[in-house]
Ligand binder design. Structure first.
Ligand code: UP6
Length: 273
């Protein structure tokens, strides 16, 4: 997969959301996801409308909106159609199967009803996938496992990461890939596993062009390091695009364009390397 095009890889995906994401990346020539971590609905929708043309995916933390009302979801879905991107609620589920199924389907946010992709920590073991897939699989959704994190001192390393990949390998109908910092194809595989054609999508946060990190343990690498050197598929960028002022709309658009160009150039260089 490192040297195959997104279009080639789309053809082989069995999960419809994974296929749609890869097709969208190819169509829009973008491997950029913007993480819209703002607290006001007005800023949230304004940012999405302005970065929409440059992204394959919008990543949300829906629970940080202080004025959330359910009609926001319709606006988000309208923007997703208008600009042709998928939606990823970065919920980071981490509980027992029964609880995560309820958190995913119900509550104030009803995530499964609108989010193409969500994610989970593998820490509870395979039952978390069973719980989430009981809700998401009938809806054609996809799940990412957090195999690694971008933060300093992350505990998701070594055998934890390997076991996350094994858990995903056993649930390929629903698990489409990982939040991770590098490719995971074949990681932790034994001689009996048929992993030659394995293709997990790797979505990577901790991407920034102008700084190396923040004051709370975040660590940034460039799109080139992430896509070309580490073989990741989607770059996830938050503050690198909107900084600390979500109202500077023109600067946000310019910045999204810049990250889109950097991410795509790194991908093209990877294909020809
Ligand atoms: N995120 C990480 N690192 C991870 C997993 N998730 O940063 O390992 C998420 C954060 C945030 C976004 O929750 O929404 O990616 C990164 O934002 P930033 O670009 O502003 O640092």
């Amino acid at each position: 997969p490192y040297q195959q095009s997104y279009a080639q890889r789309a053809l082989k995906q069995t999960n419809s959301t994974a296929k749609l994401l890869l097709e969208t990346m190819e169509r829009k020539k973008s491997n950029l996801a913007v993480s819209v971590d703002v607290t006001k609905t007005k800023d949230f929708l304004a940012i999405i409308d302005v970065v929409g043309p440059f992204v394959c995916l919008i990543k949300t933390h829906i629970d940080i909106l202080e004025d959330f009302k359910h009609d926001l979801i319709q606006h988000l879905q309208d923007l997703s159609v208008k600009h042709d991107f998928l939606i990823f609620e970065d919920r980071k589920f981490a509980d027992i199967g029964n609880t995560v199924a309820l958190q995913y389907s119900s509550g104030v946010h009803k995530i499964a009803s609108w989010s193409h992709i969500t994610n989970a920590h593998p820490v509870p073991g395979p039952s978390i996938i069973a719980g989430l897939s009981s809700v998401g699989l009938p809806l054609g959704r996809g799940l990412l496992l957090l195999a690694e994190m971008s933060t300093k001192g992350s505990l998701a390393t070594g055998s934890y990461t390997e076991n996350a990949v094994r858990m995903a390998r056993a649930h390929r109908d629903f698990v489409i890939g990982f939040i991770a910092q590098r490719r995971m194809d074949g990681v932790g595989a034994t001689a009996e596993d048929a992993v030659e054609d394995e293709d997990f999508l790797i979505l990577t946060p901790g991407v920034g062009l102008d700084t190396k990190g923040d004051a709370m343990g975040q660590q940034y690498r460039t799109p080139k390091e992430v896509v070309l050197d580490s073989g990741c598929d989607v770059i996830i960028v938050g503050r690198g695009i909107y900084g600390n002022d979500p109202t500077l709309i023109d600067a946000i658009a310019a910045s999204a364009k810049r990250y889109m160009a950097e991410g795509w150039a790194a991908y093209l260089e990877r294909l020809s390397s």
